[in-house]
Write a protein that binds this ligand. Structure first.
Ligand SMILES: [Zn+2]
Ligand SMILES: [Zn+2]
Length: 263
């Protein structure tokens, strides 16, 4: 079986307490059939750190971008475009809008979100979108910037079923995290039942949001397996089908041939 963690923050794991090093994280994940990861950047300096951490490993791809909650300081757009063109970079982000934690940087968030989509179109790389308390503006910007020209995924989906429908109409993929296993997440489970298997991805968003039964602990890529197991039951398919389909979706969205994944 082959499962992909489509969204993890590998530079945020606790290498003092919980893991010896990145190879330890990779081994723990592989032991649970999680054999490829997309490591997500949230700032440009952070991208350099992440790239150095990942090195030339072939089972980890990178994203490059500036998170909506990291917009207090302006970043160099030319530098962003140059870094995003790196062949190890398969996606731009995470980008998007987060009005829950920050209202005061709304204008910067929106400008940066648009810049990520435009760069995605220019480089033919999809975008990874984060949204919180900003549903209407997120959908409007995706539409206005014609996101279907580069494609993308709404990561760590916590919206409702009608929002999922609008994203699917734009050709988007929807990624589910450990939140879907939380007891009070019934509305999210309803959305997950609705999203077709061939548009679904799985992720941890580690080190945050560990799924049941690890809630409150540090999340890690290995736990993508728990998200996948849970979604398989929810979708009424076996885990092999869920793993194979979400891996193929990942390959298609990020233009990573199955052979490069090692399948
Ligand atoms: Zn996010
Ligand atoms: Zn994230």
């Amino acid at each position: 079986m082959f499962i992909v963690d489509s969204h993890c923050h590998l530079d945020g794991l606790d290498y003092e307490k919980n893991h010896r090093d990145l190879d330890d994280v990779i081994a723990k994940a592989a032991a649970r059939d999680v054999k490829f990861m997309l490591a997500i950047a949230t700032t440009l300096p952070g991208f350099h750190t992440l790239k150095a951490l990942v090195g030339d490993r072939t089972n980890i791809a990178l994203s490059c971008g500036v998170h909506p909650l990291n917009q207090e300081e302006a970043y160099d757009v030319d530098e962003f475009r140059r870094l995003a063109a790196d062949p190890q970079v398969v996606a731009l982000g995470e980008t998007g809008l987060d009005y829950y934690y920050q209202q005061e940087t709304k204008a910067q968030q929106q400008a940066s979100f648009r810049e990520h989509i435009r760069t995605g179109i220019a480089l033919n790389k999809p975008i990874i979108v984060h949204t919180r308390d900003a549903r209407e503006d997120t959908l409007a910007i995706l539409r206005e910037e014609q996101v279907e020209r580069c494609g993308g995924v709404l990561h760590c989906f916590t919206e409702d079923q009608p929002t999922a429908a609008k994203l699917l109409d734009m050709g988007f993929y929807i990624s589910f995290s450990g939140i879907v296993t939380f007891r009070n997440a019934e509305q999210l489970r309803e959305a997950a039942r609705y999203v077709p298997l061939d548009r679904m991805l799985v992720e941890t968003d580690s080190p945050y949001l560990a799924p049941v039964p690890y809630r409150g602990k540090e999340n890690q890529p290995a736990y993508t397996r728990d998200v996948a197991d849970y979604l398989a039951v929810l979708k009424g398919v076996d885990i092999d089908t869920l793993a194979a389909t979400t891996t193929r979706n990942f390959s298609e969205l990020f233009h990573i041939p199955m052979s490069r994944l090692g399948i």
